[in-house]
Ligand binder design. Structure first.
Ligand SMILES: [Zn+2]
Length: 351
């Protein structure tokens, strides 16, 4: 969730498209392949403020992207095969592997039929805490809170702050400011109760399951599908950088145990929650190795290059962003030209 480089990347994509450098760049910069990142895949009507709109693409757009990539000669592979190709790049086609974070029910209901049409494997990263309702998809709950409420009160930095939510502009501004407070001032362990408290004040039912995350029964079902791999997304979807080393390791290792209990299979792959620089760095990458994962993905923007063989637990992805459901943007990102533009000139994006 939460795409902090969005504006920069949009600028880079437009520059690359309109200057005509994208098609020229591909043979040099296209890399070994791409790990696509999805969250929701749904035709459901968007929420009025669209504050999390970057996290939903339509099944039709997914179909368009997969058709494009097939036409470009990409081979769709699962994460194990992607790792094999990173370690020992075959000559010829580039690979694409698809990933989805958080384990939303629409992955099963709306994305899977599209993936079946293209025989495209997917890794779905699930967080046991979200499945069991002891953690919330709080950024979506917060959107509902600022949509419904006229004012929201929250203790930030030891002071009680009242956030104005009377107009649409005020709601947008308050959403960003509250999110910052929740992400920086309030501990990860307190975040859920604080957001649920705000929801109660706003008259919103924050009961578990309201965020359309798959149940264990659904996860077990989807896990048996030949195109689906279940990966881990930690237990509570906490920002790991804000936890002690011991806690961060437990978040990863315990998620693997819980998923293995539920599905009968030990997950080999994980996605760091949030995945941006203030949530995952070298310590977390090392802990993912200690926890036994063969791969881990971030939300850093980039294509996969041969050098990633030394960084299999710090793999960047290409986000299919709900705000830019434009096939031209995807083409530009796959050309490789946006990778250095979004990463201070770096082609090999790790953490
Ligand atoms: Zn997530």
């Amino acid at each position: 969730m939460i795409d902090r480089n969005e504006a920069l990347r949009k600028l880079a994509m437009n520059m690359a498209r309109y200057s005509g450098i994208a098609p020229l760049a591909k043979p040099l910069m296209g890399g070994l392949g791409a790990i696509l990142m999805l969250h929701h895949v749904s035709d459901s009507a968007p929420k009025p403020l669209g504050l999390n709109a970057h996290l939903t693409i339509t099944p039709g757009f997914l179909d368009e992207v997969l058709t494009l990539m097939k036409g470009m000669g990409y081979t769709f592979v699962d994460m194990d095969e992607a790792l094999a190709r990173i370690r020992k790049p075959p000559s010829g086609s580039r690979f694409a592997t698809i990933t989805a974070d958080d384990g939303y029910r629409d992955n099963l209901v709306e994305a899977l039929p599209v993936l079946e049409r293209h025989a495209a494997p997917i890794t779905v990263y699930v967080a046991p805490g979200l499945v069991e309702g002891v953690a919330d998809v709080w950024w979506e709950l917060l959107e509902d809170i600022v949509t419904e409420a006229d004012t929201v009160r929250l203790d930030c930095n030891g002071a009680s702050v009242e956030f104005d939510c009377r107009t649409e502009a005020a709601k947008r501004d308050s959403f960003c400011r509250i999110m910052k407070c929740l992400s920086e001032d309030i501990s990860e362990e307190d975040q859920r109760d604080v957001v649920r408290g705000m929801a109660r004040e706003a008259g919103i039912d924050a009961k578990p399951g309201r965020n359309n995350v798959m149940s264990w029964k659904e996860i077990s079902r989807i896990a048996r599908h030949p195109l689906v791999t279940i990966g881990a997304h930690t237990v509570h979807h906490f920002n790991l950088k804000r936890l002690s080393e011991h806690q961060a390791l437990s978040e990863m290792a315990d998620a693997a145990v819980r998923i293995a209990d539920a599905t009968g299979e030990q997950p080999r792959h994980m996605a760091f929650p949030y995945g941006f620089p203030s949530a995952v760095g070298r310590r977390e990458v090392e802990l993912a190795r200690k926890a036994g994962f063969a791969s881990a993905v971030t939300t850093r923007h980039g294509l996969i290059r041969p050098g990633h063989a030394r960084h299999l637990r710090a793999l960047p992805r290409i986000s299919l962003n709900g705000r830019y459901q434009n096939i031209g943007y995807v083409q530009t990102m796959l050309s490789g030209v946006t990778t250095p533009l979004a990463n201070a000139g770096r082609q090999l994006v790790t953490v």
